[in-house]
Design a protein around this ligand. Structure first.
Ligand code: ATR
Length: 299
């Protein structure tokens, strides 16, 4: 395949729909993949307003756009416009990847896979471990389904609004039979058997960097691994607290990166070489960690 430095007549077009999208990192990841794989393709962000979502999808199909990522606030809203969905999409009730097919787009949820691939990259074992999920929103749902599918021993879900945590537990138990316990966020310091804690709320995300859902630092003395879905700031207050207590810490860049890799693999219909992915992961990680300019808004 030819390496493209410019768009040509036969360049395949992929993109991202959402709003706002001005600060997204997805074009950086996808166009880097195009470059290292020598694919004649380009990935473009499209800001879409909610009243135009249906027309945007129909237009994208007619323009032969091969694949789209979907971000806030359309991960659920696109579903009625799809011809089919993968298993994670159905379980989570949200999709982040669309692939053009005969008669329409097929939806996939690669957030769940992205989290699992990121944890694998960091050599974090799920099977037979007790995991606490903080939060009960969309990100928590993807995480809960993913972790349940990997035979976690037990999942705790702690959320400010306990009812949402209960609803999430019920949704997971429709598909998986592991034990799930719900508790208020204020009670997490009472848990004594948690190995891994996964933070899925927006607390601590730029520009609210000084916030963490965990008030009592001693909580971190009882766990070994802390994972945050936040990557801006690169190290959230939650991860700083965990690091201070000696926990292994993982930020959300890996999840973002690997959900993009999985989407790309779906689009091209084959797996990308592990070596190429690992080297791109390391180089983007280094670039972002050291680059202060993206701090003002990448999401
Ligand atoms: P997403 O789809 O990105 O996960 P969401 O559905 O709005 O977003 O969920 C946000 C999560 O962050 C929820 O768990 C929310 O708790 P509530 O269900 O109680 O609203 C949590 N969250 C947001 N702000 C919070 C805060 N100030 N304190 C505690 N939890 C907070």
């Amino acid at each position: 395949m030819t390496v493209v430095n410019f768009v040509q007549g036969d360049t395949r077009v992929y993109g991202l729909i959402g709003n706002p999208i001005a600060h997204t990192l997805s074009p950086l990841i996808h166009n880097s993949l195009n470059k290292i794989l020598g694919n004649n393709a380009v990935y473009v962000p499209f800001e879409v307003f909610s009243q135009g979502l249906k027309a945007a999808l129909e237009g994208a199909y007619e323009l032969n756009i091969q694949g789209l990522n979907v971000t806030y606030p359309y991960k659920e809203a696109v579903i009625p416009h799809l011809i089919e969905m993968d298993a994670y999409g159905k379980q989570i009730g949200a999709v982040n990847t669309l692939k053009k097919s005969e008669g329409g787009y097929v939806g996939y949820n690669t957030d769940a896979c992205g989290l699992l691939m990121s944890l694998k990259e960091e050599q974090i074992q799920i099977e037979n471990h007790n995991i606490l999920i903080i939060g009960a929103g969309g990100a928590a749902k993807a995480a809960a389904m993913a972790l349940s599918s990997q035979k976690a021993k037990k999942i705790y879900i702690a959320n400010r609004t306990e009812k949402r945590a209960e609803d999430l537990a019920k949704a997971v138990q429709q598909y998986y039979s592991l034990p799930i316990e719900v508790l208020p966020l204020s009670d997490i310091h009472l848990l004594n058997d948690v190995d891994i804690c996964l933070q899925t709320t927006s607390l601590g995300m730029h520009p609210q960097e000084g916030q963490s859902p965990v008030n009592d630092d001693s909580f971190f003395n009882k766990i070994t691994v802390a994972v945050d879905i936040i990557y801006n700031p690169w190290e959230s207050l939650f991860l700083k607290q965990a690091k201070k207590a000696g926990c292994k810490t993982v930020n959300g860049f890996g999840m973002l990166f690997y959900q993009a890799v999985k989407a790309y693999e779906i689009w091209i219909g084959q797996e990308i070489s592990k070596d190429k992915i690992a080297s791109l992961y390391q180089s983007l990680k280094k670039k972002l960690k050291e680059n202060k300019d993206w701090k003002e808004g990448f999401s």
